[in-house]
Design a protein around this ligand. Sequence first.
Ligand code: PMP
Length: 361
Amino acid sequence: RAPDYIRAISPYVPGKPVSELAREMGLNEADIVKLASNENPLGMSPKAKAALLAAVEDLARYPDGNGFALKQALAARLGVGLDTLVLGNGSNDVLELVARAFLDENSSGVFAQHAFAVYPLAIQSVGARLIEVPARNFGHDLAAMGDAIAADTRVVFIANPNNPTGTFLPGELIESFLKQVSPDVIVVLDEAYNEYLAPAQRYDAVAWLAKYPNLVITRTFSKIYGLAGLRIGYAVASPAVADLMNRVRAPFNANSLALAAAEAALADDEFLQQSYETNRQGMAQIIAGLDKLGLQHIPSAGNFLTFKVGDGAGVNLRLLKQGVIVRPIAGYGMPEWLRVSIGSEAENARFLAALEQAVRA
Ligand code: PMP
């Protein structure tokens, strides 16, 4: 019999694949616009694709279990040692490694209301106690999160920017939080959308590691690098923390195709810049459209925007009938809101036209 804490878990519900929705809605797959999972509308870097295709030739062999080449590239980029890096099967995987390495049934993990759904899942999966802290203006209330840390708390999760709300915490606030928190508590700073930050918002969390060895920064190749389907992400941490995470990591958790593509993606600054710019323009386009419809939205530092429609389920269904997939976030305690990922100009226009119909209905 599975432990009660496993039975208490409500599973992560991913968005439905386009093919399934097309069938359900009686639509042509090609006519569907999917803006539901914060993916890059440009796809992946052509250099990543070339590396991926070349790596196909060697799939009878196991991947490099230490991910040496990718780690070297990351270490050079970030100015860190190889021993600070932990690779994961998506950054989801590294979030779970933190839970497995630092939590047990006699401990607790702190996270914010409306924060990324994987934090409570990771905490529960090892039998630790959940401490959810009410959000402030839809974002993390760091003062309240600090106050919520209990004697048995071993991990705090912070998403910056947060998904699904897009809220952003300036670097100074995170650093002063680190200053206050006991060094015995791991602070996970989830930077899945870090590369979308505007120049004025950017901060260097990696530089904080020297002062705060309890900090774990997580990043991913799923978002701006456009490699979501390959599942590759990483953590940067102090060597002692990275070592513990690597001990509980499944062997070969990062596959050969992902390792090769991520290394090439990391070197393609031009594609990164183009993706950033596409998002900046698309965000402005969608904000202008929502403003025209008089719909409230939460300022977002990511590649998605959360907006208020009242009847989230109803509007979502009316969008689906027009072939537009967005993300209902009732599961995040926000049933009146929907989250849309920023797409290409044409996709954004399709979404806005469909939304106009859907909210007027
Ligand atoms: N953190 C946040 C805040 C996210 O939104 C996501 C993706 N939805 C992830 C982590 C995990 O992404 P992946 O496992 O694809 O790296």
